[in-house]
Design a protein around this ligand. Structure first.
Ligand SMILES: [Zn+2]
Length: 289
């Protein structure tokens, strides 16, 4: 009889215990200290740093659009393929929107220093594979430069940058051919992440048309290019957004991040090659004999 009761207790408790294990949060800030160790082990040292920004998003989307969207996608991806997700981070490159209300644009050296210290601290806490999930177009030069600069001195971890947000093909047909900032795609994704913050009725209050105010040959870059084309810090037409497109794009993004987490977990070469490189870089002439 006692055996049967014990058996029954085990039968009832085991799934609960397993469930408790499964319920380990993916949010860095929600874990207890002891659970953090379990989480890093379960994640195989793989952590996400979703990277947002604070900048105007047309007349109809919240200033934190990139932060809200990238966290929505990253957190859902980490639920699918376990990884620990760093808290809100929005200290990136956004000088081109300094003329707009609500923009927080830290200096270039602080952006790099803060990012380096953040990844160093993450690594010190067991994140030996850090995936920076970029949610903001203005970081497109900053992040590869940051990743490249990891070769300047030895690190015991690898920085990976994932910088895709929108599928190029498939899904509902898009009608907005500009769609670079707060337009059809971004507005559609916000209709999934935080529909309560989307003011569709205001999307037409400003123009997101390309104003072509500077004409230079291809291959010539100037920092004022974006302001020259889109002085309202709005590119495209948010009024074209739909939940259907948002669903398609957000699901694609979540899947793409989950796939990246799996690939990074499987990657045993990057750290090994980094270490080999750092060692050779100490005495470059000897490696050529
Ligand atoms: Zn954005």
């Amino acid at each position: 009889m006692l055996r049967r009761i014990l058996g029954l207790i085990l039968l009832v408790c085991l799934p609960l215990l397993l469930q408790a294990q499964e319920k380990l949060s993916v949010h860095w800030e929600e874990l207890t200290g002891p659970d953090f160790i379990t989480a890093i082990n379960r994640a195989q040292g793989t952590c996400l740093l979703p990277f947002g920004i604070l900048e105007k998003h047309g007349p109809h989307l919240p200033i934190g659009t990139d932060l809200l969207d990238v966290r929505y996608a990253a957190l859902h991806a980490a639920e699918q393929e376990y990884a620990v997700v760093f808290p809100e981070y929005y200290f990136g490159q956004i000088f081109e929107a300094r003329h707009q209300p609500g923009t927080i644009a830290y200096s270039a050296d602080l952006q790099l220093k803060l990012l380096q210290e953040t990844t160093d601290e993450m690594a010190r806490n067991g994140c030996k594979k850090i995936i920076i999930v970029n949610g903001h177009g203005g970081n497109e030069h900053l992040l590869p430069f940051f990743a490249q600069s990891q070769l300047a001195q030895p690190h015991d971890y690898v920085v990976y940058v994932f910088d895709e947000r929108t599928p190029q093909t498939g899904g509902p047909v898009k009608t907005d051919n500009l769609d670079m900032h707060a337009g059809e795609s971004e507005t559609s994704k916000m209709l999934i992440a935080r529909p309560d913050l989307v003011h569709m009725d205001r999307a037409g209050e400003e123009s997101g048309a390309d104003q072509h105010r500077v004409n230079l040959p291809d291959g010539v870059y100037t920092g004022i290019w974006w302001y020259a084309r889109f002085p309202n810090h709005y590119s495209g037409n948010g009024a074209l957004a739909t939940r259907e497109l948002g669903n398609f794009q957000m699901n694609w993004w979540i899947e793409a991040i989950a796939k990246t987490i799996r690939a990074v977990k499987a990657d045993q070469e990057s750290l090994r090659l980094q270490n080999e490189f750092y060692e050779q870089a100490k005495h470059p002439l000897d490696t050529k004999q």
